[in-house]
Design a protein around this ligand. Structure first.
Ligand SMILES: NC(=O)c1ccc[n+]([C@@H]2O[C@H](COP(=O)([O-])OP(=O)(O)OC[C@H]3O[C@@H](n4cnc5c(N)ncnc54)[C@H](O)[C@@H]3O)[C@@H](O)[C@H]2O)c1
Length: 498
């Protein structure tokens, strides 16, 4: 299968899909008649490049090639995935499929971003209905993982499998909805909440800001990590879900909801909502709001990653897959490359590692070097099992030199030279690069300790052997520039009393 995607319609959603595929290493071909499409996609891509790569603890593959095409036929030729994200008009979407099916491969997947149409409506009068399905994503497509994949009996099971494999491969979470329904699953839920919210504003019960506050200070936080049913199960106390249903079930029959009614969009109501929204958020541009949203999403997803939960657990799994077969997966004893300093970190700078100056914050250099030290320890055999058996290294001293700036999303790598690895002593020298540019060095002195006595002691055989192998190879490396230094103020010495 070629790793080429065609994006038909490159607006808010199409631009997000383009970024997803490109950053996962796919070539991306775009068709959009809007003369502004290139600029708009460029802006979405810039947002994606600063936020997405840092979600992973390993480097993403090199970006694919991006190209813009004058015709739809040119864009779709040879593509394995075609994502339609044109405006939400059924006859327009059907016309697009008729044209593109004349030029695309018969085994390509055609996904539609439609928020509301059923796949059978899209497949309608097309030549090969079996290659069309709904692939409904969420904005921003480059950060939010879920995609509702909605199929019909026209789609073969192998087609649905292939579509899910490709979506997983670009870091997404396909939810296969096997029974089609208007607006799929998520937009059904969102529309219910949206209708209620419109009534609350229209009836003067709450403002747009108050409604947003009740979500973001309350149940929105619960939803983001456990969803609806798991949250309610807990709300039922020890008796769980059955108790919850018994307690709150009857309330569903009370006349709380206006769900089936929609408030009429009179000029007065539109002005009321738009005015309140301006008061709430008008001081910031849409671009600023997008950046704030992305910063928050990255921070939340990385926090969930630390808990190995929900969207964070997905990132953990994805990292494991991406690590396989790379230098970071190899152990010294298994024949890792010892001919030079060892690759101990290869990742992008996460958004939450940057500060008000826009570059990587000081303390994060230590974070990165600590990760590199952990990786080196694992490399020489001081892995999770060894640590569980009672031995580990404690850091006694660190010296970091900050040599150059680096920004969110940039790819950084660390190479580690062992200056000493004898008995209980371990002396490491890390060099951090962006490409060939040296950004910082970190020199660390560690002591092997018994986790029982908390006192220094020589390492066990497994680690001693690993260290010996590295020492044999690194003995021939030149002593690194900048090693063995600490900060000295001219004219002062340690003995001078102030
Ligand atoms: N905006 C959202 O939050 C969201 C979320 C999920 C799904 N969707 C769905 O995604 C689709 C696109 O929505 P959007 O918000 O990106 O709209 P948009 O208006 O931002 O983008 C639509 C793009 O399609 C282009 N276009 C118009 N006719 C075309 C044609 N014949 N061929 C190729 N390109 C054409 C337009 O120039 C525009 O750039 C809709 O089906 C929508 O329901 C939207």
């Amino acid at each position: 299968m070629t790793r080429t995607a065609a994006i038909i319609g490159g607006g808010v959603i199409g631009g997000g899909w383009a970024a997803r595929f490109l950053l996962a290493g796919w070539d991306v071909r775009i068709f959009d008649p809007d003369p502004e499409a290139k600029r708009k996609i460029g802006e979405v891509l810039a947002n994606a490049r600063r936020s997405l790569p840092g979600l992973s603890d390993v480097a993403l593959p090199p970006e694919g090639a991006l190209s813009f095409h004058e015709t739809m036929s040119d864009a779709v030729a040879g593509a394995a995935w075609i994502q339609e994200s044109v405006p939400e008009r059924l006859e327009l979407k059907q016309k697009v499929y008729q044209t593109l099916q004349q030029h695309c491969d018969a085994d390509a997947v055609i996904g539609s971003s439609t928020s509301g149409f059923k796949p059978s409506e899209l497949q309608g009068s097309t030549t090969r209905p079996g290659q069309i399905a709904v692939a409904h994503p969420f904005n921003p497509v480059y950060l939010l993982p879920v995609v509702e994949l909605v199929t019909t009996e026209q789609n073969a099971p192998e087609f649905a499998e292939l579509a899910q494999d490709i979506l997983r491969g670009i870091g997404m979470y396909p939810l296969h909805v096997r029974k089609e329904i208007d607006a799929h699953v998520a937009d059904r839920l969102l529309e219910a909440v949206w209708r209620e919210a419109l009534w609350l504003v229209r009836d003067g019960i709450a403002t747009t800001k108050e409604i947003d506050d009740v979500i973001r200070f309350g149940f929105g936080l619960r939803w983001a990590q456990m969803g609806l049913f798991e949250t309610y199960r807990i709300a039922g106390g020890e008796a769980g879900m059955k108790h919850f249903l018994a307690q709150f079930g009857p309330a569903l029959k009370w006349p709380w909801t206006k769900l089936m009614d929609v408030p009429e969009f009179t000029d007065e109501l539109v002005d009321l909502i738009a005015g309140q929204s301006d008061d709430q958020s008008g001081a910031r541009s849409i671009r600023d709001l997008e950046r704030i949203r992305d910063n928050n999403l990255v921070a939340m997803m990385r926090a969930l990653k630390g808990q190995n939960w929900g969207a964070g657990a997905l990132l953990v799994e994805q990292d494991k897959r991406m690590k396989q077969g790379t230098a970071l997966a190899a152990r010294a004893v298994d024949g890792g490359d010892l001919s030079g300093p060892i690759l101990t970190l290869d990742r992008a700078v996460p958004l939450d590692w940057t500060d008000y100056n826009g570059h990587m914050t000081e303390s994060r250099y230590l974070d990165a070097f600590a990760l590199a030290t952990d990786r080196f320890m694992e490399f020489v055999g001081c892995d999770a099992d060894y640590i569980a058996s009672g031995g580990s290294y404690f850091t006694a001293e660190s010296h970091i030199r900050h040599l150059d700036e680096v920004h969110a999303g940039a790819g950084i790598s660390i190479r580690t030279q062992m200056l000493l690895g004898e008995g209980k002593k371990l002396h490491l020298f890390h060099s951090m690069f962006e490409g060939e540019r040296l950004l910082a060095t970190g020199e660390h002195f560690l002591l092997h300790v018994s986790l029982e006595t908390r006192r220094p002691c020589p390492p066990g055989d497994q680690v001693a052997e690993g260290l010996q192998k590295v020492a044999g190879a690194h003995r021939h490396l030149p002593y690194p520039d900048g090693a063995g230094r600490s900060i000295k103020t001219p004219g002062q010495s340690a003995s001078r009393k102030g």
